[in-house]
Ligand binder design. Sequence first.
Ligand code: ADP
Ligand code: MG
Length: 260
Amino acid sequence: MELQVSSLDFGYFTKNVLKNISFTARSGEVFGIVGPNGSGKTTLLKCLRMALVPKRGKIKLDGEDITKWDRTEIAKYFGVVPQNTNISFPFTVLEIVMMGRIPHLGRMQSEGKEDIEIVKRAMKLTAISDLYYRYASNLSGGEVQRVIIARALAQQPKILLLDEPTSNLDINHQFETMKLIRYLAKKENMIVVIISHDLNLSMRYCDNLLLLDGGKVFSAGRPEDVLTSENIRKVYGVEARIDYNTAIKSNQITLIDVVE
Ligand code: ADP
Ligand code: MG
């Protein structure tokens, strides 16, 4: 499957926030979006699933323009892991993950055996099976994050959209999350689009990157071509040194200082 965005513009009221964004993300690929605060990453992620309606441009799934689809149809394709989810209602983990099945259920239809199997599998993949009947309000930030990922997986999406899923996690769970995301892309053949502030994780775990600056694509392509010291200096105003690290078989970025 191919998610193709072309010449996309978006603005809140009159202010233009996204300008002429084009890229293609494919099944089996982890597609990363990076860029400074306010560069338009979250806005772009919301436009992809039509939660925000672009002013101009096309979003196509395998050549079909989804800007003409209705919401429930779109919801079957896109799983969403929003930034900083707060769960203030007293739901159990099982109830929250089961919510992922809603787009697949008919009106007034309750979940069946198959839905329960799908939910169990989503919980296993995210290593939260032992949290089944716990109340989400009593979980740690990392556990909540995994519950929200499980809810998105229970939807059995073709495309998974994640907004800074690792930002509240300890280093162990950052790795676990990135490895899960790669597994989902490679083994379940999903398109995974992930926003991250962690340039080293993006370098190592993404197949392709889009670097946004001021709502425009500053650079796009392979992580090693996008996250160069020159691009990091221009976009973030930070001096960075980049070395190939044989231990992780990836480029590693060392941030040195802000540019004077
Ligand atoms: P990022 O996720 O890269 O930090 P955002 O997409 O959240 O950036 O924001 C891009 C720009 O859009 C920022 O200037 C932000 O202030 C503005 N913005 C975000 N959400 C809204 C909103 N609901 N109404 C008006 N402006 C917004
Ligand atoms: Mg954001």
